[in-house]
Design a protein around this ligand. Structure first.
Ligand code: ADP
Ligand code: MG
Length: 260
């Protein structure tokens, strides 16, 4: 298979319960390299759990997760499913950049230190190299002047752009975003979406949980609508937004769940 046709992420029949509650009821998804997939759904539909399974922040009870063509090996132990190979997990996690709703920057480190921490200590790259690249990334997301500031001194939009730059500093093959603009004041949403659009235009593979319908419609290659732990409907943005091919999705769109 060539690079272009290889799935960057493939989820096959993921199932996950918390106690008696089945949160993921057999979810499958395929993201080819360069795809931008928007994941939509009401609160509680399982979006975060699905995304967190990709880097094993949650372990599915069954199903398969493939990243960059490699399937994460799982084993049964003590009545639970767990990753079977710690080294493989580390290798796969290094290919994935994750951006959370609440930024998750290290509050006691400057923005520059936030960016160079993992490249230096996990990837064992030289400090000079990491600093040079971090500065370029901060420039790219428009906050080069904040390099020596602590996160608390930045606006939410700036913190989120720093978090995106931090994820990029590890050279991920795939970027996962879990409601990256939901914690922001409305006037700061645009600056983060602009950075995300630029990444999409560079051809980055991105899976984005969002309520920003404008982003989903204009930037995605595919839109996936989750309902109660299952994919209710999926398609191109054109198909999804012009014909809303399911009653539930129509209800979701008209129910004020998102912003156009
Ligand atoms: P979404 O991101 O679509 O809002 P989540 O994946 O966060 O949905 O959650 C789906 C359901 O699973 C919710 O009902 C939530 O309360 C439940 N849930 C999520 N994480 C846990 C957990 N660690 N323990 C128990 N229940 C959880
Ligand atoms: Mg969520």
């Amino acid at each position: 298979m060539t690079e272009q046709t290889r799935p960057a992420v493939r989820l096959t029949d993921l199932r996950k319960s918390f106690g008696a509650f089945e949160v993921l009821k057999g979810i499958s998804l395929e993201a080819m390299e360069g795809d931008v997939i928007s994941i939509l759904g009401s609160s509680g539909s399982g979006k975060s759990t699905m995304l967190r399974c990709i880097n094993m922040l949650e372990t599915p009870d069954s199903g398969q997760i493939q990243v960059g063509g490699e399937t994460i090996r799982l084993k049964q132990a003590g009545g639970r499913t767990r990753p079977a190979d710690r080294h493989q997990l580390q290798r796969i996690r290094a290919r994935i950049g994750m951006v959370f709703q609440n930024f998750n920057l290290w509050s006691h480190r400057t923005i520059l230190e936030n960016l160079i921490e993992a490249p230096m200590h996990v990837q064992k790259r030289s400090r000079a190299d990491c600093v040079e690249e971090a500065e370029a990334l901060l420039e790219k997301v428009g906050i080069a002047d904040k390099r020596n500031h602590y996160p608390a001194h930045l606006s939410g939009g700036q913190q989120q752009r720093a978090a995106i730059a931090r994820a990029l500093a590890q050279h991920p093959k795939v970027m996962l975003f879990d409601e990256p603009t939901s914690a922001l004041d409305p006037e700061l949403v645009g600056e983060v979406l602009r950075v995300m659009r630029a990444l999409a235009e560079e051809g980055r593979t991105m899976l984005v949980i969002t309520h920003e319908m404008g982003f989903a419609r204009d930037v995605s290659s595919k839109v996936l609508f989750l309902h109660k732990g299952a994919v209710d409907v999926e398609g191109t943005p054109h198909d999804m937004f012009t014909s809303a091919p399911s009653d539930r999705f129509r209800q979701f769109l008209s129910g004020g769940n998102g912003r156009i």
